[in-house]
Ligand binder design. Sequence first.
Ligand code: FE
Length: 342
Amino acid sequence: MTQFDAEPMYDVAEFASFELFSPDVDGTLWFFKDLLGMIETGRSGNSVYLRGWQDHYQHSLKVTYRETPGMGFAGWRAMSAQALDRRVAAIKETGRGIGWVEGEYGMGPAYEFSLPDGSVQRINWEVEYFKPAPSEISIVQNRVQRRPLSGVPIKALDHLNMMAKNVTTNKEFVAEVLGFKLSENIVTSANVEAGAWMRLQTRSHDVAFTKDATGEGGRLHHVAFLFGNSQHLNDAADVLTDHGLEIEAGPAHHGISQAEFLYVFEPGGNRIELVGTLGYDIHDPSWQPITWRQDNLETAIVWYGSPLPPEFDTYGTPNSIPTNYRTPNRYIQAEANQLFRK
Ligand code: FE
């Protein structure tokens, strides 16, 4: 029996928050707020908290000043207080627990732990819901707030892709300990798992691990935000290029997940994915993972649209190895804000 034959577990509900390290907080904020319409909800120390207009909680993105870009933590919300207790106990048994973190803006206590590759994760239950000012309340009652007027506004945080030294080890950890289900994967001709796309509930994926061709592992490949609409993705491509940002690839369609994507480097150097239309959902409880192999790999990566550049497999953040990549920062340098550089 493998972990995928076990009784399915739904103790973890969603990808709820993410901390992004940026050496250029001003540039990163300009990118997310002015160009992509995210809303600033708070500041604390060297961090700024943001959310998309359809994100329900006080924040989904925390931008923190660091000399090198990368991820701080990925935050997962448990299904209930009891589910959180169960997952924390299971994490502690693996020996990968770090400890409780309290006092995060808009979040209750979170338990911090690390994945086999070392990246930091958090799981929590209590959250503070965003309450719009009276002038921002939408007449459409199921909207969290009115659609913003700045840039091409993304709706919400979507998913996370981490570069792994060993995809299988990380996949098995999140499957066994957190209940992630495998939706699709890539297996090379040498029988090495080069990518795994995994879900919590019915979305095609909430997290992905892709093989780090440099062998480093534990790095951020990309964090993704959702438009949910092809036209908005094309509008964003227009706005981003018009403001000097470098689009790495897209808009195009992945075979895996069938999602419509665009990859762009934000001014801090991190790769950000913007998702137009999501591809498909999985409601089948006995879904058999789709395995893509060498003979069909190009379709898996890009179903239609231009292929991805070779650096897609090697560039992640932090990026300590030399890369042939042109420059992930061809943007107009924002003025240094001393507040974030102390
Ligand atoms: Fe992605």
